[in-house]
Design a protein around this ligand. Sequence first.
Ligand code: ADP
Ligand code: MG
Length: 365
Amino acid sequence: MKVSLQNVTKKFPSRNKKQPEDVVAVNDFTFEIPDGVLLGLLGPSGCGKSTTLNLLSGLQMPTSGRIFFGDDDVTNLPAENRGVGLVFQNYALYPHLTVKQNITFPLENRKGKDKLTKQQMADMALEAAKLVQIENLMDRKPKELSGGQQQRVAIARALVKMPRILLLDEPLSNLDARLRLQTREEIRRIQRKTGITTVFVTHDQEEAMSISDLIVVMKDGVIQQTGKPQDVYDSPENLFVAKFLGTPPINVFDGEVKGETLYIGSEAVLPVPGVADQAVTAAVRPEGFVLSETGALGCDLSRVEVMGRDISVVSTHPNSRNVTIRAIISAENAVPPEAKTVRFDLKPGKVFLFDRQTEERIAFG
Ligand code: ADP
Ligand code: MG
C-alpha cells in the first residue's frame, strides 16, 4: 500500500506562558512511501518522529494537510479503521494475558460479518507467531519472556490483522546491543516476506541505514532529506544531514575557497572547480583521508587505534570543529609510533563543502 503525506502539519498548543507560540512538531511534510517499502524515519529526539507516526496511525489528527493510503484519503479516519499495525518501544503487552491471548487480542472485538471463530483466531495467531518465531511460547505470560521475546510478541500482535501499514516507533530501544542487531534483521526479514509497507522510527542512524530501503532525515519538524541510505550518505544536502549520518562522524573544518582551491588553514588541500571565493565549512568523511608523507593536510597526531581490519588515526588541527579528527585507514598503512604529526591527502568524493551561513551544500567538480 502506497502512503502519501501532503503538506501535513501538526501543532501543539504551548503550555509555556513565556513562549506562547504553538509547538510545530511536524512542519509541512510532503512525501510518498512507495508500496512495499521499509522507510526509516530518522532524526534526533524531539524532532517529530513519533508525532509523524501517530498521524499515520490516526492516534493524532493533523492540524492541516492530508494523508492517503493508496487512493483513500484517511486524514479523518479513526485509528481502528485504518488497518495499521503499531509497535512501540515498551512492547505494551497485557501482563495478565498469555502470548496467544495477547496476539489474538486485536481480533477479539470484531463484529457482524467480520466476527471470527475461536479456531480462525487461533490459526491467525499461530501464523503471526511463526513469522516472528515464537510459536513455542504461546502459553507463557509476558513476564516469563525476555525483552527480545516480548518485542516479538508485540510485532506478532501488530501483524495478526495483516495490516495495510506497519508502524514501528523505536522498537529496538529497550533491547541490549546484540538483540538489537538480531531483532532488526528479523524485522527486515519479516517485512520482505510480508511486503507490508513499513515505517520504522529511530534516532539511531546506523539502525536506519542498515534496514531501510528509503530514509527520511528530520530536524525540528522539518524534512531535511529523503533518499536511499547510501545516496543520502554519499550526497548530503546540508551540514546537519552530513553530521547526522556516519560512524565515526564526519570531520568538520573551517575552510576557505580561493582560486577554486580549498584551503584549511594555510594549506591548499583540494581543487574545488567551479566554487567562488568564500569562507566555507568543509567536511571530510573518516574514510576520505589518505595517509601520505607528502599529503596536503598536516595534523597533530594524538594516537593510533587498531580496530582489526582498519586503523583509526586520531589527530587534531586548529581549524577542526571536532575536538579530534578521526581518519579510518586500512591496516596496511603504518604510522610510525614516534610520529608527532601526520599528513593526509583528501579523496574528493568524500569531501563536502557547505555555505558558512546557510549550511547548504556547495557542489564542486
Ligand atoms: P520524537 O519522537 O522525534 O522524539 P515527538 O514527535 O515526540 O519527537 O515530539 C516532537 C515535538 O512535539 C517535541 O518538541 C515535543 O515536545 C512536542 N510534542 C509532542 N507531543 C506533544 C503533545 N501532546 N503536546 C505538546 N507537545 C508535544
Ligand atoms: Mg519518539
